[in-house]
Write a protein that binds this ligand. Sequence first.
Ligand code: AMP
Ligand code: MG
Length: 486
Amino acid sequence: MTVAPPTVTLDNRFARELAEMAVPWQAAETPDPRLLVLNEPLAVELGLDPAWLRSPEGLRLLVGTVVPAGAAPVAQAYAGHQFGGFAPRLGDGRALLLGEFLDPDGRLRDLHLKGSGRTPFARGGDGLAAVGPMLREYVISEAMHALNIPTTRSLAVVATGRPVRRETMLPGAVLTRVASSHLRVGSFQYARATGDPDLLRRLADHAITRHHPGAADAEHPYLALFEAVIAAQASLVAQWMLVGFVHGVMNTDNMTISGETIDYGPCAFLEAFDPATVYSSIDEGGRYAYGNQPVVAEWNLARLAEALLPLLHDDQEKAVALAVESLGGFRRQYSDAWSAGMRAKLGLSSGLAEEIAPSLVDELLTLLQESRVDYTSFFRALARAARGDADPVRGLLLDPATFDAWMKRWRALGPDADLMDRVNPIYIPRNHVVEEALAAATGGDLDPLDRLLDAVASPYVQRPGLERYAAPAPEDFGAYRTFCGT
Ligand code: AMP
Ligand code: MG
């Protein structure tokens, strides 16, 4: 490992404060690093010089083979419930935390790698990642950011020059990820499972300072931490539901303490509205189906509560009672966030709408499901109806007469079409377009990816020439399937 010029200073706070959960490690050598995509706006936002990042030395930072003096990269330990079954030792099998840095706004951010080689947590895995899935995380996470949904960010994807064996041989890549931290529900489960109360307390204190500093002043800081995570996740999952995002692998190791979306593996966006939608090929029982996401989030938060119990009260029964009471707030918070968001999607902001909207919304969702309407384009078409042109939206439904009756009641509430257009995206990363861009990039052609990134970076304002990014998949695209373990 050589030392980079002092362009970036990386702290090793996680490694220092939580050494039991940090294994010092270094990234694998990359035979032939080549930059596939660099997020220039993000680099600038972080105070990093894009020109330097593009240089041979910058690339070596992006793949972790050269780190700034003082940096101490680590693989982080965590546990997790995967599809309901507890795995006490997961951890970064193919990822590394390079360190933390202060962005120009004074916020502490993790600089992290995915696909950087085997670590002691790799188990049977090869520690590597292929170009397609790393670009997929890049596209979807940046689309989520543009949709104003909290998420980890993607700074770059660098092809390594090392082939990766999957079903076929594929080109390998490293994703450089930025996050407000990589603390997960699974981090707390790991600390709890060690049986070391001091480690658990240090982890909770670390999380409070980094993410929920207000909790430190609460009467009961650890309960306040739990409640802050509940609030952040209730809001996050409501936003996923409103935009039609299916995470696909909501294991507790893939749920953050910060409330940022993390781990873009088998995720995808809904087309036809159907709560039972599942894309992941391994989710046979539909545990992580679109419509199950709020319930799964609540289940994961219950696992967080279990991990926190020793910090909540010395008397276990009292600790459980406190946790249960706090967790009871999740449903209301989720439902308030979702209902307010849905009213905005329908352009309804009046007090009257608040009373009438629930039944109106239920009926609408039933109609959408019956007609298998494309969820995203529906709301933009509906805004046109608010402006007087109802034909496009009527054409999406199988039974226009029933829909007309619905529209009559909706119109009576005075929907605001401009409000609708501010919250309902036109351009999302459509599954067939994502697949097409990733296949082209894997074969060496980055143009489709660049065009897709451009479309989803500005999702709300219609631009000529981008029609195909607004349209659902053609019939012959068939049922979409996504994969974990990529
Ligand atoms: P994920 O499904 O991406 O959340 O990963 C679950 C666990 O598997 C984590 O501990 C990962 O680090 C690990 N993992 C996934 N893919 C690989 C791989 N190719 N090599 C080593 N570990 C992996
Ligand atoms: Mg994960």
